[in-house]
Unconditional design. Structure first.
Lengths: 504, 302
């Protein structure tokens, strides 16, 4: 099968350059290709075209060479023949095939998990609602079901967790999301206001505002095709790494809280506040909103601000290292975290896990290393932190090491920082017509992908966002299998996946 | 004398949660809530009405009264130092243990009555741990009876025990403190601060209670903790031959500080390990009992 081969630093591609095949060769190619863990699916979606056609796009990421393979096939919009399901062979396809089936009514033959994904307002089957979600059921006198949700008690986000337990032991967990479909992707195409689109990207998942905004401006700048001021690259990276530090520290604190370890909790809460306050001192928003803008910035980094960030980050790293040391040397904490919620490497690869959760299971998926963008593609080589155990402790330790690594990265970027001329953001830059561009960024949670397609006039005709949570929710369901139900909260926190990033 | 006894026990019951909170705040480097905040909270609860789920029956409403009643009566058996408690008869230590068990039984029934899967799980955990901690409590109390030769709490601490029992008494006090941790649902067995229903034991059984009912359950919890702590403090005071007034401050200090320190510096047990933890208390209690028995027989192992 033909693919258009590009990478994470190249510009936008024209839609007519993307080769189009039929589903049979598409299926055959992916069947063999996805057996190799070197490739995984970045995105796979369908869009209607003129002449009543439905065109399917696939972005396949090659971790070995850093290439991004874009392929497509098309079929008649009203064609209702079923397609053989790829999920049946490769479980990592499940969210994409479910989304296509839910949105366009495409039937996938042999699909093992035919469930709604996020109940969009324009779904194909309006009768499919949360009330008739087809929960998996098991029979047996000694089994009982526990339903948690649909509102998370701590963060007040919607998601239903249905456990099937034998006593305290979890046999199966099903996670039903899709309660808060906001139509974010739809809103992107509904407005031509670039600033509004950026704000939408920042709101895709509030805890990854910088990651999503970076992916969005990468996409838009590729479509605009004009060069951006050189100083933007280090600035965006500093913001992204600050976000990574803040979230990993927050999750360390949350994990400590869930096992009742007060000292770790209060120390991390204080450090997280320090980190996000540093971001606030830079751009006025603790989560880095307003900071990442296309082709310019409203908050250029000055020498004083750079020195302030360097100072704070060094202090945070020093204190956090003490917390990390305390956690590693506390037997009661090790007893809780080790050998708990294990996701083996094979399982993680099978479901297409990404980000720090995958790296804790020995799958070195890291966009910074495999598909570098910005400075990672230039002067800054990234070395991923990988653990092999795949348990809660491994995920925690990956977090801990990443905080220190990010602190080192920020320090290097800002060492001898000389402010250069920057521009104000350009919200009016014309975009290439009939093109496709994507922004692929490693957020703190993992691979964050934005794809934009433009129409004849250079307006965004369709926008697709993928938060790493889309892949990793399944990893959480696997992690708690066989565990005690009382260990679910720490397994959940060790992933800390996004509800709104999934629901979009 | 009985009135002073009740007064001291009440004061201990009110002070222990305050000391726990203060210790935890100090160790976390925080200012903490005011010492008597828990009293204000409960006063607020007692002023409120109650809302009941339509799936519950009259049983559910009766539970808080039964729980508070049993804790109250059980506490009346406990002497502070050498003072005489209000209620006392031969073998009242058995009555004490089973009053606590009755309260637990009522709470479990109330939890099951709600039909909630969370509360069912909590009830099952409470039943398991209750069954495991009961032999430990009985054995520890039996050791006290063995050492003093009486089967009523009122008489246990009146006469100074022989010097050879000092270690046995101190170990019994240690066992009793561990029972306090278990019975009052503190770390490492349970975590009263957690918001995670799936990990709760005691708290989850009270999820459907509010207002007056919740206030009563909390007061009963304080009384239970105070009664058991006082028993441990009495034992220590008796072991060292301290005067009667040492017992009440000791009870507050021992429970308040130890709970506060453990909750700040330690993580909770994995739930499956709680069983081992409680069985260890029972095993230790049995070991202490048999050591006491050997000493009592004046046998020396050659």
């Amino acid at each position: 099968m033909n693919y258009l081969i590009t990478d994470n630093t190249s510009g936008a591609v024209r839609l007519r350059d993307i080769p189009e095949t039929d589903y049979a060769s598409f299926y055959d190619d992916l069947r063999t290709r996805l057996s190799d863990s070197r490739w995984h699916v970045g995105h796979y979606f369908a869009l209607p075209e003129e002449e009543a056609r439905l065109r399917f796009y696939l972005l396949l990421l090659d971790d070995a060479t850093g290439q991004v393979l874009i392929g497509s096939f098309a079929r008649e919009y009203y064609d209702d023949t079923a397609l053989p399901s790829l999920t049946a062979l490769h479980a990592q396809m499940h969210p994409f095939e479910r989304e296509i089936a839910e949105r366009w009514g495409i039937r996938f033959d042999g699909m093992p998990w035919p469930k709604p994904l996020r109940f969009p307002f324009d779904r194909y089957d309006r009768n499919s609602t949360m009330d008739n979600y087809p929960f998996y059921a098991m029979e047996g006198g000694s089994l009982h079901e526990v339903n948690v949700g649909p509102i998370h008690a701590g963060i007040i986000e919607p998601g239903a967790f249905r456990f099937i337990c034998n006593g305290e032991q979890v046999l199966h967990l099903e996670i039903a999301l899709g309660y808060q479909h906001r139509g974010v992707e739809h809103l992107f195409a509904a407005t031509r206001n670039r600033l509004r689109q950026l704000c939408l990207a920042e709101a895709a998942a509030g805890d990854s505002a910088v990651a999503h905004a970076t992916a969005c401006v990468e996409t838009i700048e590729k479509l605009a095709g004009t060069a951006r001021p050189a100083q933007l690259a280090p600035e965006r990276l500093v913001a992204l790494e600050l976000e990574r530090m803040a979230m990993q520290i927050a999750d360390t604190g949350a994990l400590s809280m869930d096992v009742g370890y007060q000292l770790g909790q209060v120390a991390c809460e204080a450090l997280r506040t320090m980190t996000i306050n540093t971001t606030q001192a830079w751009c006025g928003n603790r989560f880095g909103k307003n900071l990442i803008r296309p082709l310019g910035t409203d908050h250029p980094l000055t020498a004083e601000k750079a020195a302030m960030i360097r100072r704070n980050v060094a202090e945070i790293a020093r204190r956090y290292d003490e917390v990390r040391h305390d956690i590693k040397s506390s037997p009661t904490l090790l007893a809780r975290f080790e050998q708990c919620g294990i996701v083996p490497r094979e399982e993680m690869l099978r479901i297409g896990g990404v980000g720090q959760a995958a790296r804790a299971s020995g799958a070195a998926r890291d966009i910074r290393a495999s598909h570098p963008w910005g400075l990672f593609a230039g002067t800054l080589a990234h070395e991923s932190i990988v653990k092999t155990q795949g348990d809660v402790m491994a995920r925690l330790m990956v977090r801990c090491r990443e905080v220190l690594q990010s602190a080192g990265c920020i320090d290097r970027l800002l060492e001898g920082f000389v402010p250069a001329e920057t521009r104000r953001p350009d919200y009016g830059a014309p975009l290439a017509p009939r093109s496709l561009a994507f922004g692929l960024v490693e957020g703190w949670r993992g691979e964050t992908l934005h794809v934009a397609l433009t129409d004849d006039r250079g307006d965004i005709a369709a926008y697709r966002i993928k938060d790493p949570s889309l892949h990793n929710w399944m990893a959480l369901a696997l992690a708690v299998r066989g565990e005690g139900i009382s260990d679910f909260p720490i397994c959940n926190k060790s992933f800390n996946l996004s509800y709104c990033g999934h629901d979009l | 004398m009985a009135l002073v006894n009740i007064l001291l026990l009440t004061l201990a019951a009110l002070a222990i949660p305050g000391v726990v909170n203060r210790t935890r705040a100090a160790l976390a480097g925080r200012r903490g809530i005011r010492f008597l905040q828990h009293l204000y909270d409960v006063r607020l609860l007692l002023r409120k009405g109650a809302v009941y789920s339509p799936t519950t029956s009259a049983l559910f409403r009766a539970v808080p009264s039964v729980y508070l009643g049993t804790a109250l009566v059980a506490a009346l058996f406990i002497p502070v130092g050498g003072l005489s408690p209000l209620l006392s008869f031969e073998g009242d230590m058995v009555a004490f243990a089973y009053l606590l068990a009755l309260g637990r039984f009522a709470l479990i029934l109330g939890a099951m009555d709600t039909g909630s899967s969370f509360e069912g799980m909590g009830a099952s955990r409470e039943a398991l741990y209750g069954a495991l901690v009961e032999p430990a409590l009985m054995t520890a109390v039996a050791t006290l009876a063995l050492v003093s030769g009486y089967t009523s709490f009122a008489d246990l601490f009146t006469a100074a025990p022989q010097a050879r029992f000092t270690v046995v008494l101190l170990l019994t006090a240690y066992v009793l403190v561990k029972i306090v941790f278990t019975e009052s649902g503190r770390v490492p067995v349970d975590d009263p601060r957690t918001h995670l229903e799936l990990t709760m034991i005691h708290e989850v059984m009270c999820l459907d209670y509010c207002g007056v009912d919740l206030g009563m359950i909390q007061i009963a919890g304080w009384l239970k903790t105070a009664a058991l702590s006082m028993l441990a403090a009495d034992t220590v005071a008796a072991a060292f031959g301290w005067p009667w007034w040492a017992a009440a401050p000791l009870a507050v200090a021992v429970t308040g500080l130890s709970v506060g320190i453990v909750e700040s510096t330690q993580a909770r047990n994995k739930l499956a390990r709680n069983t081992t933890f409680i069985l260890t208390i029972g095993a230790l209690a049995a070991l202490v009992f048999f050591s006491g028995y050997l000493l009592q027989l004046n046998l020396f192992v050659q």
